[in-house]
Design a protein around this ligand. Structure first.
Ligand code: 9UX
Length: 72
């Protein structure tokens, strides 16, 4: 893995939001770590480290499954 891929997620406002997104992303194949910089009311940066390159579509699906929106 490298330093991780960064994504911007909209709609997260509390620690339970962080838990939900972390749980869904951790379930993706090869994911080794998820770090969330929670910014209530703004986009939160989510850095995912994995043993393989992650596709935007699978990350988007995981974020949406948790109930949030992938902004980039
Ligand atoms: Mo509770 Mo965090 O609905 O958006 S999970 S505030």
């Amino acid at each position: 893995s490298d330093g991780g891929q960064a994504f911007e997620v909209a709609g997260m406002t509390c620690s339970h939001c962080v838990s939900s997104v972390t749980e869904e992303l951790t379930a993706l194949d090869g994911v080794e770590g998820v770090a969330v910089d929670l910014r209530p009311g703004a986009l939160s940066t989510v850095v995912v480290t994995a043993s393989r390159p992650l596709g935007g579509d699978e990350v988007r699906a995981a974020v949406e499954e948790a109930g949030y929106t992938l902004a980039s």
